[in-house]
Design a protein around this ligand. Structure first.
Ligand SMILES: NC(=O)c1ccc[n+]([C@@H]2O[C@H](COP(=O)([O-])OP(=O)(O)OC[C@H]3O[C@@H](n4cnc5c(N)ncnc54)[C@H](O)[C@@H]3O)[C@@H](O)[C@H]2O)c1
Ligand SMILES: N[C@@H](CCC(=O)N[C@@H](CSCO)C(=O)NCC(=O)O)C(=O)O
Ligand SMILES: [Zn+2]
Ligand SMILES: [Zn+2]
Length: 379
């Protein structure tokens, strides 16, 4: 039955309130308006940022909403003026848009895009400043411009990357967030050179992707730091060469790393979202040149601090969103790299469930063994 131009009623996991279990509801998804694309989501993974917003600690978190931002699917229909994708195209929704026209996109200095960010931050679509999701007339907010915990979603055309139709959607959905973030933190934000010493704080999916990126870049030592020692065995397969558990030491962890590395590392990456660890990550960097990249997302109200002397003496503190990758241009390139077996993806998938089991999937995130859980949207 043709669905184009019609409201689609489908299943979606709705977050009615912070921390309350998500509820699978029948949701009405309106047709795409000008500059919009309606996508049938086939597979979606969970990222720690979904849990963060669900916790109520995200200043941009609005409820009720449909969370989810790491997914893959097929274009169902497009709105007026959409030229770069058409029904049937295989796509990955991109929470970091790329319009190629705005001040940010034209700067050549950042992957951030300003075109739709004001709308995606308040859970609506740009065209009429309304949501395309509703339940019996009650609007449900969008999330990060993606809302992938749904069988159908509507995204801005600048927020969707067309990918190789041969790519397995149940795997490449991961290229919507965590894996590119870690790889890009190394390749784009830090620009790690061969021979560098690297420290990674937090060995979840993002930290392991940092390790993989550092290995590809030719780092000589890749030191993984995690409070869960069970993380180390798996981390070796992603390139981590040494493991440090802060719990095994009395000294501050930055001092432990400085002692291990004759003065500090060339590059460090915070992949947890803990502001006190962010400080350690900066301070374990080598005087004169060490660079620390913040990747983890810290809760509302949290702030970073250090002695300015740390920066006066040459350390550099920076951060990255989506690893600095330009989404619509480079996600297809990452998919191609995966197809050529040049980057890992399958190895980050530890669990597979269905959308109907999403609360179990959130529980799994707190278990040390879980990296990414991929949900099939067939509830
Ligand atoms: N900047 C971006 O664009 C971007 C993109 C994706 C994810 N993120 C953020 O990156 C962070 C990591 O995401 P993830 O999915 O890999 O999370 P995760 O929860 O799977 O991994 C975090 C790891 O940190 C470890 N850890 C926790 N506290 C620690 C401490 N005090 N010292 C050392 N290790 C500690 C945990 O044991 C775990 O292994 C999250 O904050 C997420 O929101 C940011
Ligand atoms: N609303 C949050 C923003 C959190 C944040 O920094 N998000 C990252 C992506 S995390 C993906 O897992 C990001 O892309 N930031 C840049 C942007 O949002 O434009 C908060 O306010 O804490
Ligand atoms: Zn994410
Ligand atoms: Zn732009």
């Amino acid at each position: 039955m043709a669905t184009q131009g019609q409201v689609i009623t489908c299943k979606a996991a709705v977050a009615w309130e912070p921390t309350k279990p998500l509820v699978i509801e029948d949701v009405q998804v309106a047709p795409p308006q000008a500059g919009e694309v309606r996508v049938q989501i086939l597979f979606t993974a969970l990222c720690h940022t979904d849990a963060y917003t669900w916790s109520g600690k995200d200043p941009e978190g609005l409820f009720p909403c449909i969370l989810g931002h790491e997914a893959a699917g097929i274009v169902e229909s497009v709105g007026e003026g959409v030229t770069e994708v058409q029904p049937g195209d295989h796509v990955i929704p991109c929470y970091q848009a790329e319009c190629r026209e705005c001040k940010f996109c034209r700067s050549g200095k950042t992957n951030l895009c300003g075109k739709v960010r004001a709308a995606t931050g308040v859970g609506i679509m740009m065209n009429d400043r309304k949501s395309r999701f509703s339940i019996n007339g009650k609007p449900i907010y969008h999330f990060m411009g993606t809302s992938t915990f749904s069988q159908y979603t509507v995204v801005h055309d600048v927020s969707v990357a067309k990918i190789d139709p041969q790519a397995p959607l149940e795997k490449v959905c991961l290229l919507g967030c965590g894996v590119p973030t870690g790889l890009g933190a190394v390749w784009n934000a830090a620009k790690v050179e061969a021979g560098s010493i690297v420290a990674i704080f937090g060995l979840g999916t993002v930290g392991l992707a940092v390790a993989e990126g550092a290995k590809v870049a030719g780092a000589s030592r890749i030191i993984g730091i995690d409070i869960d020692s069970k993380k180390f065995d798996r981390a070796k397969n992603f390139g981590v060469t040494e493991f440090v558990n802060p719990k095994d030491h009395d000294k501050p962890i930055q001092q432990v790393i400085i002692d291990l590395t004759d003065g500090g590392v060339d590059y460090s990456f915070e992949c947890i979202g803990n502001v006190s660890v962010m400080r350690s990550a900066l301070e374990c960097c080598h005087k004169g040149w060490g660079t620390s990249v913040i990747v983890g997302v810290a809760a509302s109200g949290q702030e970073i601090s250090t002695r300015p002397f740390q920066l006066v003496t040459g350390r550099v503190w920076k951060g990255t969103a989506f690893g600095g990758f330009k989404s619509r241009s480079q996600v297809p390139w990452l998919v191609d790299k995966y197809m050529k077996k040049e980057i890992k993806v399958d190895e980050y998938i530890t669990h597979n469930l269905t959308l109907g089991e999403i609360n179990k999937a959130f529980d799994l995130m707190h278990e040390g063994g879980c990296l990414r859980c991929v949900l099939s949207t067939q509830v």
